[in-house]
Ligand binder design. Sequence first.
Ligand code: SF4
Ligand code: SF4
Length: 205
Amino acid sequence: MAKVFENLGIADTDLSEARKIVTRHLNSDFGEKYERYIATVGAALLKVYPPARNFSPSELVDIVSITDIIGPESRAIMKRMKEACTGCGWCCSQTRRIVVDEADTIRISRKLKRKREDIFALDGKDWVIKQAHPCGWWNPKNGRCQIYGERPRTCRVWPLGINELNQQTVQAVAQCNYAVMVLANKVIWMLQSAEKAAGAQVQPG
Ligand code: SF4
Ligand code: SF4
């Protein structure tokens, strides 16, 4: 196994806990989706960061999925990687469930002079946008959000989200190039930090 995590000084117990979480992800309802996301990040990583070719396919999956769980905070990388957004519109047109804050439901319905229940619904304990596939505010003609200035917080911080374990991680959406490149860059940061910690450069394969 690659010495990446050892060089970073990550304790074996933390690593084994993170691997258990990855296994739970893979065995959950979104397991297939998560697997595709990790594979897509791995492929992107190999393209933009040749030293990653030193790892076997299974090591690469391990590194990417563990970084997804215990990698650095994403916001700074998200800011730096903004240009990775292709404007494909997936995040507004292909989502099936868009969870929003209750405060947003009040603010937006007031601003639009609509009854809250007409545009938002309670789904279990979550407030969601009623029309979410595509989002009712997505304009397919120009790909823009029709309430951009008023959009919910969840849209403002995309692709940052809360996973099923209540961790703040990048949304596992293989179709979103922005999400994929944010995680790929988290992995690069981890690999470079591990190289520095080991005091040796990883040579391209
Ligand atoms: S899905 Fe991702 S890449 Fe596509 S428009 Fe949304 S943020 Fe950009
Ligand atoms: S509210 Fe706007 S930004 Fe949010 S999903 Fe709908 S169209 Fe996209």
